[in-house]
Design a protein around this ligand. Structure first.
Ligand code: MGD
Ligand code: MGD
Ligand code: SF4
Ligand code: MO
Length: 731
C-alpha cells in the first residue's frame, strides 16, 4: 500500500520524538522541514480520557501539524506537570503504524483477510443491515451495544445516543470496575463520594486497602508522600507485595477476600478499648449499636487473625493506631471488591471509618471514588427513538431498551431469544480481551450475524468483527473530561487533524444517521450535522458552569478548573440514604437479599482440583488492552510473566524462566515463570494486558463469577475477578 505524504510524516515525526522525548530542543523534524522552515510550536490543552483515576491534564506540543510531545499540565495541581509512563507514550499511539487507518471489512470474520472500504460503503453496509434486522424482527432489539471505558470523554456518550436514535436496542449494562464497592457505599452513605485526593496531605494515618496507587494512580503518590513527610504512617493491605506496598511503613499480606474479617477484628479491639467516637457514630448513623452488639457476640481477634493470616498483634497495632491517630484516611481500591464478598467487605471498612469518626473530616474519609463532577448535559447521549419504535417491555411495564449484563456479556447475549441478538456494535470496548471467559466470548462472536467495532487498533475484538471503523484519539477531537477521583475538569482541544480517515464516535453517528435517513427517511433521529466544537459546547449546562466557576467552556482552554466542593466529602453530614444518615443498618441492602449489617460473609472456598488462586490485577505499562501494544512499551516490557512464590514453584519443579501451563476447566495459558516472594505460596499473579503479536490473555481461565453487589446503583453485580482458581504445571 502506498503511503500518503501525511502518513509518512506522522511516522517520521514520531521517530524523532522517540529519540528526544526529554530534550525538546533536540527535535529535528527534518522531514517536516523538507519544503519549508519549521513552523511555530503551538500548545494545546488535552485531558487523558482513559478509565484512570488520574484523568491527567495534558499539554500537547504541535509543530507543522505534527504532535511532537505530550506533557502534564502544571496548571492542574493534581497532575502537577507530570504524566505516567503511558501518558508520555502518546505520540507513539497517535503515530503508531498499527493504527486502524481506514474503514475495513474482514471476509470471512476472523480470517484476517481485511480489505479497505470507503466510509460510504461501510455506512451503506451497516445501515442496510440495521434496516434488514428491523424488518425481520420488527424492532432494533437484535442490535446490541457494548461500550465501556476506552474513552470516557463526555461527547463519547454520543455512542449511546446513536443507539437510541435508531430505536430501542439491547445494551450491555453495568461496570466491571467498581460496582460492588459503589453499592456498598450507596447502602452506607447514599452514594459514593470521596475526599479530594489532594486532601490526603492532611492525613496523619493512611491505609491503602487493595489499592495499587504506585501503578494505577501515580499522581496520588506526591500527596501520600507529603503526608508521610508530615509524619503520617502509610499502611498497605494487599495479598501481593506491590510497588505501592514496597513504599509502605507497614505492609500486611492479607489472604484475599478477607478484608472484612480484618476490619471486624480491628473494630472489636477498638470497641474493647473504647476508642470509639460514640458521639459521631450515634449522631450520624442508624444501626450502630446493633452492629456493636454483633461485634461483641461474634468477633474475636483470634478469629480475625486466623481468617486473614495476619498476626493478632499486628491487628491490634493498626487498630490502635487507626483509631487514635486523627485524622486517619482510608483509600479502598477496586481490587479488593472483585470478590464474592467484596461489597460486604467495603461495607465493613466503611463502618470502621464511621466508628472512629473519620468520615466527613479533612485528612480522613473512607475514600473510593465519586461522580460529583459528572453533571454534564449529556446532549449527545439523549436522542428519542424514531416514531413507532418497538421496545422491550420491562418489569415496570415500561417500553425501552433491553438491558443485559455487561459482566456476563457472552452468556447474556446468547440467552436472548425474543428477539435474539444478531448484531453487535462495539466502541470504547474490547471484550475479546477484557471480559471473563474468553472462550465464551469467542463463541458468542461466532454466532453473530454482523459485528461492527470502532477502535484505533486491531485488537482481539476487532479480529472477531466484520467491519472496523477507525477512531480518532483525544488529540484529534474536542471533548471534556471529569475524573472519578480528583475534582478537576478539563477540555480536549483538537491539537492535530484526525489521522488517516479516522473519525470520532459522534462523527460516525452523524454519518450513520445520514445514511439511514437516505435509505429510509425518519429511521434515525441522530443529528446529521454539527462541528466537534458545537457538540462539545452542548455538553455544558448552567449548573456545570457555576460548579466550575466559568461562564463559557472556552475558558477551559486557559486552564482546567477544579469544581467548587469542600475537600472533605460528607463534611455537611447530609447523607443521601433513605434515612439521611449513615446506614450501618441498611434496609435497602436487606431488601436486595444482602445482610442489613456490615457483618462477615464467607469468602470463596478453594476448590480441591484447582488449589491455586490466580490473581490478574491491573498492569503498570498498560491500561487494560491499551498502551502495552505500543513500541516503547514492548521495549520496556516485552513479554508477560506469571509471578510464582519459590515454595510453590519448587513443589511443581518450576524454575525462573520456565514455561508454565496455567489451567482450569475454562481454559489454559502458558507463561514464563518469574519466581518472587512478593506473592504468597497459594497465589500466582499475572497482570492483564494486550501485548502486540501475542495471544496472551488471562481471561481464558476466568469464570464470570458475580461479586456480591453492584445491582443497586449500576444495574448489575461486578465480577469476582480475583476469585479465580487454577492448577499449574511445567510446560
Ligand atoms: N482478568 C481481569 N480482567 C479485567 C480486569 C481485571 O482486573 N482482571 N479489570 C476489568 C476492568 S476494571 C475494566 S475497566 C475492563 C476494561 O475493559 P475495556 O473498557 O474494554 O478496556 P480498554 O482496553 O481500556 O478499552 C477498550 C478499547 O477502547 C478503545 N478506544 C479508545 N479510545 C476510543 C475512542 O475514542 N473510540 C472508540 N470507539 N474506541 C476507543 C481502545 O483502543 C480499546 O481497544 O477490563 C476488565 N477486565
Ligand atoms: N496503570 C494502570 N492504571 C490503571 C488501570 C490499568 O489497567 N493500568 N486501570 C484503571 C481502572 S479501569 C481501574 S478499575 C483502576 C483499578 O485500580 P486499583 O484500585 O489499584 O485496582 P486493581 O489493580 O484491580 O487492584 C488493586 C490491588 O488490589 C489487590 N487485591 C485483590 N484482591 C484483594 C483482596 O481481597 N484484598 C486486598 N486487600 N487487596 C486485594 C490486588 O492485589 C491489587 O494490588 O485503575 C485504573 N488505573
Ligand atoms: S493513563 Fe492515567 S496517569 Fe497516565 S497520563 Fe493517562 S490519566 Fe494520567
Ligand atoms: Mo476499571
Amino acid at each position: 500500500m502506498k503511503l500518503s505524504r501525511r502518513q509518512f510524516l506522522g511516522g517520521a515525526a514520531a521517530t524523532a520524538v522517540g529519540a528526544a522525548l526529554f530534550d525538546f530542543n533536540l527535535l529535528t523534524p527534518s522531514v517536516a522541514a523538507a519544503d519549508k522552515a519549521p513552523g511555530e510550536v503551538k500548545t494545546f490543552r488535552n485531558v487523558c480520557p482513559r478509565n484512570c483515576y488520574d484523568t491527567c491534564a495534558q499539554i500537547s506540543y504541535v509543530q507543522d501539524g505534527i504532535m511532537k510531545k505530550v506533557e502534564g499540565d502544571p496548571k492542574q495541581t493534581y497532575t502537577n506537570g507530570k504524566l505516567c509512563l503511558k501518558g508520555y507514550t502518546y505520540t507513539r499511539r497517535v503515530y503508531s503504524p498499527d493504527r486502524v487507518k481506514y474503514p475495513m471489512k474482514q471476509t470471512p470474520r476472523g480470517s484476517g483477510n481485511w480489505t479497505r472500504i470507503s466510509w460510504d460503503e461501510a455506512m451503506d453496509t451497516i445501515a442496510k443491515k440495521i434496516l434488514d434486522l428491523k424488518k425481520r424482527y420488527g424492532s432494533t432489539l437484535p442490535i446490541c451495544l457494548d461500550k465501556y471505558s476506552g474513552n470516557f470523554g463526555i461527547t463519547h456518550y454520543g455512542i449511546e445516543g446513536m443507539m437510541s436514535s435508531l430505536g430501542y436496542t439491547t445494551r450491555a449494562l453495568g461496570t466491571p470496575c467498581w460496582p460492588a464497592g459503589i453499592d456498598a457505599q450507596t447502602y452506607d452513605f447514599g452514594t459514593l463520594y470521596s475526599n479530594d485526593p489532594e486532601d490526603m496531605v492532611n492525613a496523619k494515618y493512611l491505609i491503602l486497602w487493595g489499592q495499587n496507587a504506585a501503578w494505577t494512580s501515580i499522581h496520588s503518590f506526591p500527596f501520600i508522600n507529603k503526608a508521610r513527610e508530615n509524619g503520617a504512617k502509610l499502611v498497605v493491605i494487599d495479598p501481593i507485595l506491590t510497588s505501592t506496598a514496597s513504599k509502605a511503613d507497614l505492609y500486611l499480606q492479607i489472604k484475599s477476600s478477607t478484608d472484612g474479617a480484618l476490619a471486624l477484628g480491628m473494630a472489636r479491639y477498638i470497641l474493647d478499648n473504647n476508642w470509639v467516637d460514640w458521639d459521631y457514630a450515634r449522631a450520624n448513623s442508624v444501626g450502630f449499636d446493633e452492629w456493636v452488639d454483633y461485634l461483641k457476640k461474634n468477633i474475636t481477634l483470634d478469629w480475625a487473625s486466623e481468617k486473614t493470616g495476619i498476626p493478632k498483634e499486628i491487628i491490634m497495632e493498626i487498630a490502635r493506631e487507626y483509631a487514635t491517630t486523627k485524622p486517619a484516611s482510608m483509600w479502598v481500591g477496586y481490587g479488593m471488591q472483585r470478590h464474592i464478598n467484596g461489597g460486604q467487605n467495603v461495607r465493613i471498612i466503611d463502618a470502621l471509618g464511621v466508628m472512629t469518626g473519620n468520615v466527613g473530616k479533612s485528612g480522613g474519609g473512607v475514600n473510593y471514588g465519586h461522580l460529583e463532577t459528572w453533571g454534564f448535559a449529556y446532549n449527545a447521549m439523549t436522542n428519542p427513538a424514531p416514531k413507532g419504535s418497538k421496545g422491550f417491555i420491562g418489569k415496570d411495564g415500561k417500553e425501552g431498551d433491553r438491558n443485559i449484563n455487561m459482566n456476563n456479556f457472552a452468556h447474556d447475549v446468547l440467552a436472548q431469544n425474543d428477539p435474539p441478538v444478531k448484531m453487535l456494535w462495539l466502541a470504547c470496548r474490547n471484550p475479546g480481551s477484557q471480559d471473563p471467559d474468553t472462550h465464551a466470548i469467542e463463541k458468542m462472536f461466532s454466532e453473530m450475524e454482523f459485528v461492527v467495532t470502532v477502535d484505533s487498533f486491531f485488537n482481539k475484538t476487532v479480529e472477531l468483527s466484520d467491519i472496523v471503523l477507525p477512531a480518532t484519539t483525544h488529540f484529534e477531537d474536542w471533548d471534556v473530561m471529569a475524573s472519578y477521583w480528583h475534582y478537576w475538569v478539563g477540555i480536549n482541544q483538537r491539537a492535530i487533524d484526525p489521522m488517516y480517515e479516522s473519525k470520532s464516535d459522534v462523527e460516525i453517528a452523524m454519518l450513520l444517521s445520514q445514511k439511514m435517513n437516505a435509505l429510509e427517511p425518519g429511521s434515525c433521529t441522530f443529528p446529521t450535522a454539527g462541528s466537534p466544537e458545537e457538540w462539545l459546547a452542548k455538553e455544558f449546562n448552567p449548573a456545570m458552569y457555576s460548579f466550575l466557576g466559568i461562564s463559557d467552556y472556552k475558558e477551559l482552554i486557559n486552564a482546567p478548573r477544579k469544581a467548587k466542593m469542600p475537600a472533605a466529602s460528607w463534611s455537611d453530614g447530609k447523607f443521601r440514604t433513605p434515612s439521611k444518615k449513615i446506614e450501618i443498618h441498611s434496609e435497602l441492602a436487606q431488601k436486595n437479599g444482602l445482610p442489613a449489617l456490615p457483618i462477615w460473609v464467607e469468602d470463596m472456598k478453594t476448590p480441591e482440583k484447582y488449589p491455586i488462586r490466580f490473581m490478574t490485577p491491573h498492569p503498570q505499562h498498560a491500561l487494560h488492552s491499551q498502551f502495552q501494544n505500543l513500541d516503547w512499551m514492548m521495549t520496556a516490557n516485552p513479554e508477560p510473566k506469571v509471578e510464582i512464590h519459590p515454595v510453590l514453584a519448587a513443589k511443581y519443579g518450576i524454575s525462573e524462566g520456565d514455561k508454565v501451563k496455567i489451567f482450569n476447566d475454562l481454559g489454559t495459558l502458558t507463561l514464563k515463570a518469574h519466581l518472587t516472594r512478593t506473592t504468597s505460596p497459594d497465589v500466582i499473579v499475572a497482570y492483564e494486558s494486550w501485548y502486540k503479536g501475542s495471544n496472551f490473555n488471562v481471561n481464558y481461565t476466568l469464570k464470570a463469577t458475580p461479586s456480591d453487589m453492584g445491582k443497586q446503583a449500576t444495574g448489575n453485580d461486578g465480577v469476582a475477578f480475583h476469585d479465580n482458581f487454577v492448577m499449574i504445571e511445567k510446560a
